[in-house]
Design a protein around this ligand. Structure first.
Ligand SMILES: [Zn+2]
Length: 264
């Protein structure tokens, strides 16, 4: 049997869990942080990817911090889900996909219509009060206004915009996992349960080098879950995959699911 047909046969059985990484977002115009052209080439992650570092930059070069944050949010604002995102959302609607476990923070899965998304590294569009834990999520309009105000903010307005005050007196911050911060244990717990209870794990655009997220496919393997990998080049996980398609997800996914017609 041809690889595509074999994969389709496994996925059509249902009880599928997808795990996605930077690769799927890259196809939507979001450069990988680490890769060539990625944001960490221009901003040192040792400084910019942690709260203390960001505050330090704010005190000495407030507009450099603003530019960094602006670049992040403008990139997300300009990115649109691709065919792979839409097909995953359609698979969920049809009841063959249980959940998506993602390392991405760009909200593209939700934008495509996916409901059960486990976000291992948080979500850039969600803000959380550091004191009372209250959450606030940006919609498209909020994001546009945020970008507009960020571009015009004075030094003092910047901090209020980026870390707005909550009713409780605490401050909100983007609900993403920065360097040196612990990962959300609840999300990881859910991810392990989802993987353990699935028939197949569909790995899309994940390099398999960022731990502990990369441990999930090994956990799946241990539990007899079929592993299907879609990535343009071999990864650290390819050797454990039952099937590997060396192609972009936005090309490979429509081949597997010809019968699903995503709205793009
Ligand atoms: Zn609060």
């Amino acid at each position: 049997m041809e690889t595509i047909e074999a994969i389709r046969a496994i996925l059509e059985k249902g009880n599928v869990v997808a795990m996605t990484g930077a690769g799927i977002s890259q196809e939507s115009g979001i450069p990988t942080f680490r890769g060539k052209g990625g944001i960490w080439e221009r901003y040192n992650p040792a400084i910019y990817a942690n709260v203390a570092g960001l505050f330090g930059v704010f005190l000495t070069k407030p507009y450099r911090m603003r530019d960094f944050i602006l670049e992040f949010y403008e990139t997300i604002h300009n990115a649109k889900p691709n065919k792979a995102h839409y097909i995953l959302a359609e698979m969920e609607k049809r009841g063959i996909l249980n959940s998506i476990i993602t390392q991405n923070v760009d909200n593209l899965h939700q934008e495509a219509g996916s409901k059960n998304v486990i976000e291992l590294h948080g979500n850039m569009l969600r803000f959380r009060c550091t004191k009372c834990m209250k959450e606030n999520k940006f919609d498209e309009e909020d994001l546009e206004e945020f970008i507009y105000r960020l571009k015009r903010a004075s030094r003092l307005q910047l901090i209020r915009l980026i870390f707005p005050k909550c009713d409780c007196g605490g401050r909100y911050r983007p609900d993403v996992v920065l360097f040196g911060e612990s990962l959300p244990q609840d999300e990881f717990g859910r991810a392990y349960v989802e993987v353990e209870n699935s028939n197949s794990l569909l790995l899309i655009g994940t390099s398999g080098i960022v731990y502990p997220a990369a441990s999930l496919p090994f956990y799946a393997k241990e539990h007899g879950v079929a592993i299907i990998e879609i990535n343009p080049s071999p990864t650290a996980l390819s050797h454990i995959g039952d099937y590997t398609i060396l192609e972009k997800a936005s090309i490979a996914m429509p081949k597997i699911f010809e019968f699903l017609t995503p709205p793009i």
